[in-house]
Design a protein around this ligand. Structure first.
Ligand SMILES: Nc1nc2c(ncn2[C@@H]2O[C@H](COP(=O)(O)OP(=O)(O)OP(=O)(O)O)[C@@H](O)[C@H]2O)c(=O)[nH]1
Ligand SMILES: [Mg+2]
Length: 466
């Protein structure tokens, strides 16, 4: 048995604290309407307040009779509400004092302050949404790019549920066939697939393959959720900060003709093909730095560690030096692209020179940071190389988050175990237990039998009022 649906009434301020156009206070539970009747005086006497309509009026302090704020309120009768309970929303002016005053009046009416995520938790406990949809609510709130939002919305609309339920049904059907001990004997006409073969083929096609594909997508789509981290590296004065500024479209970093201008790591974000890119501009790497530069270089190396991809800038109007070798050493273990910058000046270096010195594999792109067409080409190349695969998953019904990925891994492990058991002696009883375990993992994705600890872990990530 999972946790029970609660029966008390909760409230919270749903909008960020501070001065603003409107602030919204939400109340949910069987007592919500009574609170409204106690505190709200409609502008026009309208008889009973109609559900799912906005009503104009004033919040009054019932003890002093004083008007507190002019508001619009909505009363939404269960069950067609966010929580499936009676819900009241009070739209008042947003100021710290106003909101807090109304909140205190609501609390005095016998209502409890909501925990973080408690409204959504109630929506889940009352069965309006499953756990994957509840998790999608957090993703929608946190999404920082177009594709992240699209992805979260797919789960919010039930994409994960639909997919997982269909796997669950296939699994139950396979389990039923196994339990009924269908004729797995091999005494069949030549060329005819045995019942056993057909069963094993279904397990592979309907479950193992799609689960594997969704797990692979988790890896390749991490950037949709977390964004892509790019680090700009190179020796001093090669144009790193200039490139940062053009990619961001603003003067974020100081650019001078003097080597050693950037001393610290400068961080900002921009969007590339609708995906959030975090970009780090770093101190140029040199062989014999002064004390401040040494600290900067240490930070450069740390930034390289945390980045997904490095853009290594080389000034092609001068020759390669041991400092470039030092950059090359720093880049071991991270994918990188070489940008032969300052191509507008007369070149000293060709892509072949660089390839000869540092090996053939990395992509080498001649460009000038001063040329907008080159920058456009760079954006296209980056999107093509690093974002096309994650963007290609737009056809999938959902993209698993970490928790869901772990459940899928558990399910797949149990399915592989089933295959092994059946291949070596066809022990159907043990195999059925494994199928059961796979089913439980799928159920966990949707939160079919959740425990309080799991729910606390998920809903504590929410803000208060959601
Ligand atoms: N001609 C030309 N000059 C460039 C180009 N890119 C950058 N510069 C110039 O090169 C100089 C150094 O540029 P920065 O962007 O400060 O170089 P950096 O790599 O950040 O240098 P440090 O911070 O010192 O490591 C500046 O005078 C820039 O205007 C380019 O493509 N062509
Ligand atoms: Mg710089």
């Amino acid at each position: 048995m999972g946790p029970e649906a609660p029966d008390d009434t909760i409230c919270a301020v749903a909008t960020p604290v501070g001065e603003g156009g409107i602030g919204i206070l939400k109340i949910s539970g069987a007592g919500a309407f009574q609170v409204l009747q106690r505190l709200f005086r409609p502008h026009k006497s309208v008889g009973t307040l109609q559900s799912h309509r906005l009503h104009h009026g004033w919040i009054h302090d019932p003890e002093s009779g004083q008007a507190v704020d002019e508001v619009l309120v909505s009363y939404m009768a269960a069950p067609h509400t966010y929580t499936r309970e009676d819900v009241v929303e009070i739209n008042c002016h947003s100021g710290y004092w106003v909101l807090d005053h109304i909140l205190q009046l609501v609390l005095k009416s016998g209502v409890r302050l909501a925990e973080p995520g408690e409204f959504t938790r109630r929506a889940f406990l009352h069965g309006r949404i499953d756990l994957s949809q509840a998790e999608a609510v957090i993703e929608v709130i946190r999404s920082k790019s177009h594709h992240h939002l699209l992805m979260a919305n797919r789960s919010l609309r039930g994409g994960c549920r639909t997919r997982v339920q269909s796997w669950r049904e296939s699994l139950l059907e396979l389990q039923a066939r196994l339990e009924a001990s269908i004729d797995f004997s091999d005494d069949l006409e030549e060329g005819e697939a045995s019942g056993w073969e057909a069963w094993a083929e279904s397990l592979e096609q309907d479950l193992c393959r799609p689960l594997t594909r969704y797990l692979e997508e988790y890896e390749s789509t991490r950037v949709l959720r977390e964004g892509l981290t790019l680090v700009l590296v190179g020796k001093p004065n090669v144009g790193k900060s200039s490139l940062l500024n053009v990619l961001l479209g603003k003067d974020r970093a100081i650019v001078t003709p003097l080597p050693g201008t950037t001393r610290d790591v400068i961080e900002d974000t921009f969007l590339l093909s609708g995906i959030l890119v975090r970009i780090l501009d770093t101190a140029g790497i040199r062989r014999e730095p002064d004390e401040i530069e040494s600290l900067g270089i240490e930070r450069t190396l740390r930034s390289v560690d945390e980045a997904d991809i490095a853009l290594w800038l080389i000034d092609r109007s001068s020759s390669l030096t041991p400092e470039d070798d030092a950059v090359f050493e720093a880049l071991s273990g991270i994918p990188f692209m070489i940008l032969l910058n300052k191509s507008d000046l007369s070149p000293h270096l060709s892509p072949e020179d660089v390839r000869k010195r540092y090996g053939g594999s990395p992509l080498i792109m001649p460009l000038s940071v001063l040329n907008p067409r080159d920058i456009e080409r760079l954006r296209e190349t980056l999107a093509d190389r690093y974002l096309s695969r994650p963007l290609d998953t737009r056809r999938s019904e959902f993209i698993p988050n970490l928790r869901q990925k772990e459940c899928l891994e558990g399910a797949l492990r149990a399915l592989r175990e089933t295959q092994k058991l059946l291949a070596s002696g066809k022990d159907t009883e043990l195999a059925c237990l494994e199928l059961d375990s796979a089913r439980r993992q799928l159920d966990a994705i949707l939160g079919r039998e959740p425990d309080d600890e799991l729910l606390d872990r998920i809903f504590s990530q929410f803000c208060i009022g959601k």
